[in-house]
Design a protein around this ligand. Structure first.
Ligand code: DC
Length: 217
């Protein structure tokens, strides 16, 4: 069976990672969460391993994956990158051209042999403009803020819903208005709005789209 590249883009907290991971499991493909790579660079900045604005140290760090967990210099930092603070720092480092070039080059290497599901903001537009399947996921800011809020509570944090909503809106603005690779829907992407879909309904829909795409190869 021919292997393809699946590029999944969309706003923050619209369930991209969960969907991408499950699709990769279904297809037997490699899953790459590029947001986690930007978060790992943000963590390196917070640890003082990379300096801003000079970016001194950027070429000394290594970002990778082990068992679907992101690693920074070989250390599993998956749980440390999932905080609001690291998310905010990630949205400050992700507009920087050199950071993007550094990570995009690694992402393109990861997709060399296809059989990959990659999620992010610029996968269908910049990283893999020729991906066989491009999905653009979206949901209303309120639905996404509620999901993000529940996720943080589940981790033992004590967020305020209004703060989380403001954070979602701010991040959307920064993601879509930055100069370098702004988030936008590729012309040939299939849009899936999951505001009113359960995870299962959404998964069924996406698996049907994937199989349809595979059959057309
Ligand atoms: O999806 P996320 O919240 O884990 O992403 C963290 C930050 O990285 C967010 O501000 C968007 C940015 N990002 C990006 O610019 N390009 C990507 N391909 C993935 C994430």
């Amino acid at each position: 069976m021919k292997q393809i590249i699946v590029a999944i883009d969309g706003y923050s907290s619209c369930g991209k990672s969960t969907i991408a991971k499950r699709l990769a499991e279904y297809a037997g493909y490699t899953y790459v969460d590029t947001g986690a790579m930007y978060r790992a660079v943000a963590l390196a900045v917070m640890r003082g391993e990379v300096e801003l604005p000079s970016l001194k140290g950027l070429d000394q760090i290594s970002v990778g994956f082990r068992d679907n967990h992101v690693t920074l210099n070989g250390e599993d930092v998956e749980s440390q990158i999932r905080t609001l603070e690291v998310g905010n720092m990630a949205s400050r480092v992700s507009p920087i051209k050199e950071v993007r070039q550094y990570l995009v080059a690694q992402q393109q290497l990861m997709g060399r042999d296809k059989g990959i599901v990659m999620d992010g903001r610029d996968i269908g537009t910049v990283v893999f403009p020729n991906a066989e399947l491009k999905l653009f996921l979206t949901a209303s800011p309120e639905v996404r803020a509620r999901r993000r809020y529940d996720e943080l509570v589940g981790k033992g944090e004590t967020p305020v819903y209004e703060d989380v909503l403001r954070d979602v809106n701010d991040r959307d603005y920064r993601d879509t208005h930055r100069e370098e690779s702004p988030l936008r829907q590729a012309d040939d992407a299939i849009v899936v709005d999951n505001s009113n879909l359960t995870r299962e309904e959404q998964m069924e829909k996406i698996i049907a789209i994937f199989n349809d795409c595979l059959n057309r190869q």
